[in-house]
Ligand binder design. Structure first.
Ligand code: PRP
Length: 210
């Protein structure tokens, strides 16, 4: 396996991905399954988070407890990344959330940015970028460059489905970033859609497909 690429392989993830791929899965179900599948990935993504010790008093005695050492910032890429935020916040409710608004121009396939809002201290935080789809990698690479320009040092990317083309680009442009995905699909088609994929995640989450 390529260093810094983690494919999270689990029977429940495989089953949930099948529901998401199914074109007959309605938006309401797509949203809840996306959230559940993201929850299944949280354990692996957060495995290397460091902890500090603190005392805790049980009903019987004082013992050693733990808190997360670093501030955590989740950064969903709008729109589809929004479908993954709640799953992460459920486990780390004290985390902050930054937003990056990007959409892919349908002709050029290049990302167009329209919104950025971040908490302070990006340099001292662990940043977790959320976007279910990693196709050409353009959106995620743009998001990473933007965050690095503002001081971010420790960045993880969590995506469900990736195309080999996007993974290659991401590893080349940002070899320091850890990438977590649920599956590596076959290829991109001429319109930049992942095959077999699941279609347009944003449209399927929000019911905006034509
Ligand atoms: C999709 C998807 C990613 C991006 C992936 O967003 O959610 O953000 O495309 O493609 P890339 O790796 O080639 O950049 P889209 O442009 O459809 O916007 P939306 O989430 O608002 O629907």
């Amino acid at each position: 396996m390529v260093k810094n690429l983690f494919i999270i392989d689990h029977p429940l993830i495989k089953r949930d991905l099948t529901y998401l791929r199914d074109k007959n899965t309605p938006s309401s179900m797509f949203r809840s399954i996306l959230r559940r599948l993201t929850s299944l990935m949280v354990f692996e993504v957060t495995k290397d988070f460091e902890v500090s010790t603190r005392e805790v008093e049980t009903p019987l005695e004082v013992t050693q407890g733990y808190i997360l050492k670093n501030e955590i910032v989740f950064v969903p890429i709008l729109r589809a990344g929004l479908g993954m935020v709640d799953a992460f916040l459920e486990f780390i409710p004290e985390a902050k959330v930054g937003h990056i608004g990007l959409y892919r121009d349908e002709e050029t396939l290049k990302p167009v940015d329209y919104y950025f809002k971040f908490p302070k201290n990006l340099d001292k935080s662990i940043i977790v970028i959320l976007d279910p789809m990693l196709a050409t990698g353009g959106s995620i690479c743009t998001a990473i460059s933007y965050l690095k320009e503002r001081g971010a040092k420790k960045i993880k990317v969590v995506s469900l489905i990736a195309a080999p083309e996007g993974i290659d680009r991401l590893i080349k442009e940002h070899p320091d970033v850890q990438i977590y995905i649920a599956v590596l699909d076959r290829q991109l088609n001429q319109k930049g859609f992942i095959l077999p994929g699941l279609g347009d995640a944003g449209d399927r989450i929000f019911g905006t497909e034509n």
